[in-house]
Structure formats: structure tokens, C-alpha cells
Design a protein around this ligand. Structure first.
Ligand SMILES: Nc1ncnc2c1ncn2[C@@H]1O[C@H](COP(=O)(O)OP(=O)(O)O)[C@@H](O)[C@H]1O
Ligand SMILES: CC(=O)N[C@@H](CCC(=O)OP(=O)(O)O)C(=O)O
Length: 286
């Protein structure tokens, strides 16, 4: 008997309890733009998403695309400005955000899922008023950056029911029809919360939450919600990590059982997180 076959069978059999645990359960995966840059890694992430869907997990893919938005703005000679991890979004920028996120990035991901053998439908938070937004409140005026007022999840449930993987771009709209730029981590957390998801996974290009953001060996594997304030006060959480961590906390507070930040650069990081006892990245717990 080939030794390799035995190892493979062993791995599959160890995954069985996790496959059973997640059967028919909703899992929200947020795929960030920084982990989308390399085509090979992109295919790796997409293959994992399709595999999970094939084994009966109700996967929802919420995506960002920050670097693509910045790249398009740069071609227009417009510099991007971020305040506390959120993009300052003026009239011109919101059009670019909608065009890039709900257009190219969304449809590219749908195409990859189809190529990988899955069934996907791409929508944005504007469709069927999935994400009802309002202007983001803070001391700085960020223009058309939105906070989420309400999630209308029926369209997602209909898609899942029919066996489609919903691929969701993080833009929303208000009653007057203004479009808002929503941080994709925020969109994932509110969607996960509205659907009481079993798990929310934020796929980025960092190992997880680090004690020292410039030293990848300083991973914090587990964070309790009550510890977050202290980490913020010590300045450990900054930039794009601020919305990410806040979203994990919000998801947990809305009864999502587990929220994790994982590294999309590691092949099959989603499967390692979901189907093995080792886990990966930073897990947030109540
Ligand atoms: N404590 C920390 N641990 C890890 N990353 C951190 C930390 N504090 C700030 N960061 C920054 O947050 C970034 C991740 O956020 P972001 O770039 O918005 O990711 P994504 O595009 O995947 O949503 C990292 O690249 C890093 O520069
Ligand atoms: C308000 C705000 O900052 N919105 C983000 C939306 C895209 C996003 O979140 O993309 P990543 O997940 O790739 O960072 C932006 O304009 O970049």
C-alpha cells in the first residue's frame, strides 16, 4: 500500500467531524484585496470556497478590493487617503468604488468560482437593498463612507437555498439612492451577524493580529473580546487592523460563534482553519 494514500485517508478521516459540524451551516468568508494580488493564491482561496460549498457548507463570499480601487484612482492621478483604515470617499471616488468593487472585482471572483466548478452569483449590497447604509459618523468627514443601518438578507438566503455561492461587493445604498463605500470587513460582520453565521473568516495577507505589526513571529492566536480595548489603548491595533478587529468583536456580539483573521498567502488556510483541530491565525472569542 502506498504510504501517501494512507496519509491522505488519515487526513480525510480527521476532517470528518468538522465536515459534519459545518454541514448546512452558514460561514461568511471575507476576502481582502491585499490577498488577491497573486493569481495562484487567488485560485487557492477560491478552490477552498468551492470545496466547502461542495461538502454542504453554506458559504457566503464578501470581498474587498482596496488595492484595485487605489490602483484605478492612481490612473486618474488621484491619491488615496485613509483615515483610521477607512478611505476618504468624495463624489468622484464613490463612482470608482462602485465601478471597481461591484464591477470588475466581483465578476472576476464569480468567474474564478465557475472555473473551479462552483456555482456563484455576484451581487453588491445595493441589490435588493441588501445593505442599507447611512453616512459614517466620526470626527472627520469621510464623504461617502457608509455605516450599515440594516441588512436585508433574504436575497442571500434565496441564493443559498438554490445552491449558489453569493459573492457580495461591499457597497450599500440609502433610502435616497446614494451609494456608500462600506469597509468590506464591516459588511462581512454585519451579514454574518444578521444570519447568525457559525463562523466568520477574514482572509488577509498577514498571519493574523500581531503584537508587533512588523514582526510576523508575534502572532496572537486567541483574543477574548474583553481584551480588545487594552490592545487598542496600547497601540497594538492600527490602520486597516482597526476595522478588522472591531468587526470580529461586532460579529461575536451578534452571536456569530467564531471570528478569525487568517493568512490568505498560506495555501488552503481556509480549510486548515475550518477542517483541522490546529486552526490558524487569530481567533476571537466571547
Ligand atoms: N497589530 C497588527 N497586526 C497585524 N497587522 C496590523 C496590526 N496593526 C496594523 N496592521 C496593519 O493592518 C493591515 C491589514 O489591514 P488591510 O490592509 O486593510 O487588510 P485587507 O486589505 O486584507 O482588509 C496590515 O497589513 C498591517 O499593516
Ligand atoms: C470605507 C473603505 O475604506 N472601504 C474600502 C472598501 C474595500 C475594502 O474594504 O477592501 P479591502 O478589504 O481589500 O481592504 C476601500 O475603499 O478600500
Amino acid at each position: 500500500m502506498d504510504k501517501n494514500s494512507i496519509v491522505k485517508a488519515e487526513i480525510l478521516s480527521q476532517a470528518l467531524p468538522y465536515i459534519q459540524k459545518y454541514n448546512n451551516k452558514i460561514v461568511v468568508i471575507k476576502y481582502g484585496g491585499n490577498a488577491m494580488i497573486n493569481e495562484e493564491l487567488k485560485m487557492n482561496v477560491i478552490n477552498d470556497v468551492v470545496l466547502l460549498s461542495e461538502i454542504g457548507v453554506k458559504v457566503i463570499l464578501v470581498h474587498g478590493g482596496g488595492p484595485e480601487i487605489s490602483g484605478t484612482l492612481k490612473k486618474m492621478n488621484k491619491e488615496s487617503k485613509f483615515i483610521h483604515g477607512l478611505r476618504y470617499t468624495d463624489d468622484e471616488t464613490i463612482d470608482v468604488v462602485q465601478m471597481v468593487l461591484a464591477g470588475k472585482t466581483n465578476k472576476d471572483l464569480v468567474k474564478l468560482i465557475m472555473q473551479s466548478g462552483g456555482n456563484a452569483v455576484g451581487i453588491s449590497g445595493i441589490d435588493n437593498q441588501l445593505i442599507v447604509a447611512k453616512k459614517h459618523e466620526c470626527e472627520d468627514d469621510l464623504g461617502y463612507v457608509g455605516d450599515i443601518d440594516k441588512i436585508n438578507p433574504n436575497i442571500i438566503l434565496d441564493m443559498l437555498e438554490k445552491g449558489y455561492i453569493p459573492v457580495i461587493a461591499s457597497v450599500g445604498t440609502d433610502e435616497e439612492g446614494h451609494t456608500y463605500n462600506i469597509n468590506a470587513d464591516t459588511a462581512a460582520a454585519e451579514i454574518a451577524g444578521a444570519l447568525s453565521a457559525e463562523n466568520m473568516i477574514l482572509v488577509s495577507d498577514i498571519p493574523g493580529l500581531l503584537f508587533d505589526k512588523d514582526d510576523e513571529s508575534t502572532l496572537i492566536p486567541l483574543v477574548h473580546v474583553y481584551e480588545v480595548k487594552g490592545l487598542e489603548d496600547k497601540g497594538i491595533i492600527s490602520g486597516g487592523m482597526i476595522p478588522k478587529v472591531e468587526c470580529c468583536v461586532r460579529a461575536i456580539r451578534q452571536n456569530v460563534k467564531k471570528a478569525v483573521i487568517i493568512d490568505g498567502r498560506i495555501p488552503h488556510s481556509i480549510l486548515i482553519e475550518m477542517l483541522s483541530k490546529e486552526g490558524i491565525g487569530t481567533m476571537f472569542k466571547r
